[in-house]
Ligand binder design. Structure first.
Ligand SMILES: NC(=O)c1ccc[n+]([C@@H]2O[C@H](COP(=O)([O-])OP(=O)(O)OC[C@H]3O[C@@H](n4cnc5c(N)ncnc54)[C@H](O)[C@@H]3O)[C@@H](O)[C@H]2O)c1
Length: 315
């Protein structure tokens, strides 16, 4: 274990995971700076106390923002699978070029460590469950862009000695989850529809299964990454190790809200895996354990969306 010298910089700080992480780091007494171009995230998501810069990770001149930074969390990305399928060029620009630009700025500025977001989408073509980190079979443009950035990370490690940790998030959920993208994450989409008294939309049969992990549990692992050198050069699945079908999620949310509305079924989305289930053995070896039960996490996610509706941010 080690203490850190300098700031922690988060790219994508106005997004779901980034803003939750910033809040946790500030609460632990770290100095936090953040960049985001607000393409998907909102300025009001960024907690007070973050030194915020509205900036695109593709900008050539980002190095000054990496000076005096000890650790970078690189979370900024174009990450709705449907949006990435519709625009592979921008997907590559942000998720590949933008990520390499962040690695390069980190190297030049002498950053100690970079923790960067990959995705369970790398396992889209796999049928091994629970899926270990070695089982890489990307299919969608989004997944392929994440894989390309992984190979750049390996080269930065090999040739420049940059310390990198890759986190393969499964379906992270909780307060501040993005609801504005073309196809919002399933939980936010269901909660919003049910609160409005509208029928929720299911893409496919409703039997797709997803490994959902609560954002506070993800932050527990982030904190381990900051301090524990055993994470350097490694890749970790970050899921709960339990999966639920889309129908089961709808049932749980309906139960909490005490409503019952029949879903509308639409064609399945291209490029989406039918099942995700994380093998979290590696993350557990560092003492991490996802702790939040589904009902508790869902109640907090619902409370957040209720509040956002009260202040008019969600229609
Ligand atoms: N949330 C999940 O379940 C999940 C699952 C797997 C992987 N991930 C990965 O984790 C990371 C964070 O995800 P999230 O759910 O917080 O997403 P998010 O969309 O809520 O946040 C991403 C942030 O990046 C910003 N951004 C996008 N393009 C940018 C650019 N060119 N320059 C600067 N900022 C830019 C957006 O404005 C947004 O605020 C992403 O890399 C995503 O691919 C998330």
């Amino acid at each position: 274990m080690m203490s850190i010298k300098g700031k922690i910089l988060i790219t994508g700080v106005a997004g779901f995971i980034g803003s939750n992480l910033a809040a946790r780091l500030l609460a632990k007494g770290y100095e936090v700076s953040g960049i985001d171009n607000l393409a998907y995230g909102l300025r009001e998501n960024v907690p007070d106390g973050v030194d915020f810069h509205c900036l695109d990770i593709r900008e050539k001149e980002i190095i000054p923002f990496f000076r005096d930074v000890d650790t970078v969390f690189h979370l900024a990305a174009k990450n709705c699978i449907a949006d990435c399928q519709a625009d592979p060029v921008e997907t590559a620009e942000i998720n590949v070029f933008g990520t390499v630009n962040v690695f390069e700025a980190s190297r030049r500025a002498g950053v100690r460590k970079v923790i960067y977001a990959q995705s369970s989408a790398l396992y889209e073509g796999s049928s091994i469950y629970p899926t270990p980190e070695s089982e890489i079979k990307p299919e969608s443009f989004y997944a392929v862009s994440k894989l390309a950035s992984m190979y750049f990370a390996k080269a930065y490690q090999r040739f420049y000695g940059l310390k990198l940790t890759a986190l393969r998030y499964f379906c992270v959920y909780g307060p501040v989850q993005d609801y504005r993208r073309t196809i919002p994450p399933v939980m936010s989409a269901f909660i919003i529809k049910l609160l409005k008294g509208e029928r929720p939309i299911i893409y496919g049969t409703g039997e797709k299964r997803r490994d959902f992990v609560y954002v506070d549990d993800v932050n527990d692992f982030h904190m381990i990454c900051v301090k524990d050198d055993r994470t350097n050069g490694k890749t970790f699945n970050i899921g709960s190790g339990i999966n639920y079908s889309v129908h089961e999620i709808l049932y749980e949310i309906s139960k909490i809200l005490n409503v019952s509305l029949d879903p509308i079924y639409k064609d399945d989305l291209p490029g989406e895996a039918q099942v995700t289930l994380a093998d979290i053995t590696q993350a557990r070896t560092l003492g991490w354990e996802p702790k939040t039960p589904l009902e508790v996490g869902l109640e907090r996610a619902i409370d957040y969306i209720r509040q956002e509706r009260t202040v008019g941010r969600i229609p």
